[in-house]
Design a protein around this ligand. Structure first.
Ligand code: PGA
Length: 258
């Protein structure tokens, strides 16, 4: 059985004080789980203090992005080795907000995936279509292009220690969630696409859903066969909501293993 992952993407939110309060609430409410991995991804500046506070706690930490380069003249960028050195386990790559604002294309994102993995991080590769893509019937071709860039550059085996997050762009921060049918369809598409290259990698690949996951819709989404947890934006800033989402994943995992 695949171990679920629930990761909070704090985006550009927080402050030293707010982070401390949020983390102490989470540390109390979320014990270590055998069935579910939990992570938070704060803004890069806060990584050291978040990692220090979470020391000896099962909640792990990730960066929201990393450079595709190892070191050198890349002003403002953060290398995957640096994230690893200070204690990150994960790095999100290819979030739609970066694909849109920073014009990161799929090859660039694939290079970040490779860099993260080479540094010993678990990359969380975000893929997902715009509303106009969905309406034009292009969901699968958009997701395929984003996924294939990584499969082609890194090789399918690389995904055996990576994570994919399907995040329909129209569902991010909008309060719109993909219906269970819509999410299930794309998750199955992703798994089948990986299976075409390796059935064993596809079977073990964790595919998260992201896009307006909340306490009240998490259990329904996580119960779908190809959904292995979530990448949570807005709701990860609220200790009660994030805890409820983690508990939803734990509940689904224990039902499945029963
Ligand atoms: P949201 O964001 O949960 O606020 O929709 C998800 C994400 O962007 O990862």
């Amino acid at each position: 059985m695949r171990k679920a992952l629930v990761a909070g993407n704090w985006k550009m939110n927080g402050s030293l004080e707010a982070n401390r309060a949020l983390l102490s609430a989470l540390m109390e409410a979320i014990p270590g789980h055998d069935a579910v991995d939990v992570a938070v991804c704060p803004p890069a500046l806060y990584l050291p203090s978040v990692i220090a506070q979470l020391q000896d706690h099962a909640i792990e930490v990730g960066g929201q992005d990393c450079s595709d380069e190892k070191s050198g003249a890349f002003t403002g960028e953060i290398a995957a080795d640096m994230l690893r050195e200070i204690g990150c386990r994960y790095a999100i790559v290819g979030h739609s907000e970066r694909r849109a604002r920073e014009q990161e294309d799929s090859l660039w994102v694939a290079r970040k995936f490779v860099a993260a993995q080479a540094a010993g991080l678990v990359p969380i590769l975000c893929v997902g279509e715009l509303l106009e893509d969905r309406e034009a019937g292009r969901t699968e071709s958009v997701v395929a292009e984003q996924l294939d860039a990584v499969l082609d550059l890194a090789g399918v085996e690389a995904l055996s220690s990576g994570v994919v997050a399907y995040e329909p762009v129209w569902a991010i921060g909008t309060g719109l969630t993909a219906s269970p049918e819509q999410a299930a369809e794309v998750h199955a598409f992703i798994r089948n696409r990986v299976a075409a290259r390796s059935t064993s990698v596809a079977a073990s690949l964790r595919i998260l859903y992201g896009g307006s996951v909340k306490a009240d819709n998490a259990a329904g989404l996580f119960a779908l066969p190809d959904i292995d947890g979530g990448l949570i934006g807005g709701a990860s800033l609220d200790a009660d909501a994030f805890t409820a989402i983690v508990n939803a994943a734990v509940g689904v995992q224990s039902q499945e293993s029963a």
